[in-house]
Design a protein around this ligand. Structure first.
Ligand SMILES: [Fe+2]
Ligand SMILES: [Fe+2]
Length: 303
């Protein structure tokens, strides 16, 4: 089994200091094979904020794969934002914007969807899509293909539309690259269940792990256990008492290129699971999904 801890939107510069130690303690207890950080390391892309993020992530015993989010390019320095948007990220945090990690049962590839040409909407560039496909191609056979994007091409937990340019096209690119699981952040909303599956991809989103920029009053992280038959997904949330607690667990079997929900459990009153055991969770991108999720109208990526 390969275990990933999925955290996101740390936003150093707007961190809840009381959550830093509890997240480290949780990670020590869960012993993940890797920690995946799906963007927005900082609040304002300042050097000190990148250094704080780097210092914090260095405390995790497991390897850390991190990508930029829209907050990791300077907002107010327009010249820098347009000409060298990730200069500070590279200098003070990581030199590689789209890192790759090979694990026993997973090949994880980071994709930079932060688009400095606009305020916050994401974009999957042709170059990034090609690098993603190449990263997956080079990975060992049998390993789950996992893409990490700051912006998901599917709606958020509450139905908020995907905040990325042309979501159906992004999904089509992910399918073409061979992605099986996509890990994302940006919404700052905890997901107690799978928000969406499309075209045989399991889309997993988490909110903010340790920042004060909350949409629902809860910080959360995700745990993804990969094995030969599929994946088990857990959601852990921290309330005002600063203790991370597990609220859901879902088991997905991978069969013939589709994901099937095999079992689901949640803690009453905190989490919820929107699907029953035995449900097929592969959901093609249909008109209904487009209307419900606000995906841009266009050709579905798959028949
Ligand atoms: Fe964020
Ligand atoms: Fe973001």
């Amino acid at each position: 089994m390969t275990r990933l801890l999925h955290i996101s939107d740390l936003h150093f510069g707007a961190v809840d200091a009381g959550l830093c130690e509890p997240l480290l303690a949780l990670t020590e207890a869960l012993r993940p094979d890797a920690v995946i950080v799906s963007g927005d390391l900082t609040q304002r892309a300042q050097a000190a904020q990148f250094r704080a993020a780097s210092h914090y992530l260095a405390q995790f015993a497991a390897p850390v794969l991190a990508i930029p989010g829209n907050h990791d390019a300077p907002l107010f320095n327009l010249a820098e934002r347009l000409l060298t948007p990730f200069r500070r990220y590279r200098r003070h945090f990581r030199d590689v914007l789209e890192p790759k990690l090979d694990l026993p049962r997973a090949v994880v590839v980071g994709v930079n969807t932060a688009n400095p040409m606009v305020w916050k909407e994401g974009r999957l560039s042709p170059g990034s899509a090609a690098r993603l496909a190449e990263g997956f191609r080079a990975g060992p056979a049998g390993a789950a293909r996992i893409a990490v994007l700051h912006h998901a091409p599917v709606p958020a937990a509450d139905g908020t539309p995907a905040d990325i340019h042309q979501p159906p096209g992004v999904i089509a690119d992910l399918v073409a690259a061979g992605a099986e699981i996509v890990l994302s952040g940006h919404t700052h909303m905890p997901h107690f269940t799978v928000a969406a599956t499309a075209a045989g991809i399991l889309f997993l989103q988490v909110g903010t792990a340790i920042s004060t920029r909350l949409k629902t009053g809860l910080n959360d992280v995700g745990v993804v256990d990969i094995d030969a038959a599929g994946a088990t997904v857990q959601s852990w949330v921290a309330d005002a008492d600063k203790v991370f607690r597990q609220v859901t667990e879902q088991r997905f079997d991978r069969m013939d290129g589709r994901w099937l929900l095999a079992a689901a459990a949640s803690v009453p009153g905190v989490g919820h699971v929107g699907l029953a055991a035995g449900d097929e969770v592969m959901e093609p991108v249909t008109d209904a999904v487009i209307q419900r999720g606000g995906l841009e109208l266009g050709k579905p990526p798959l028949p």
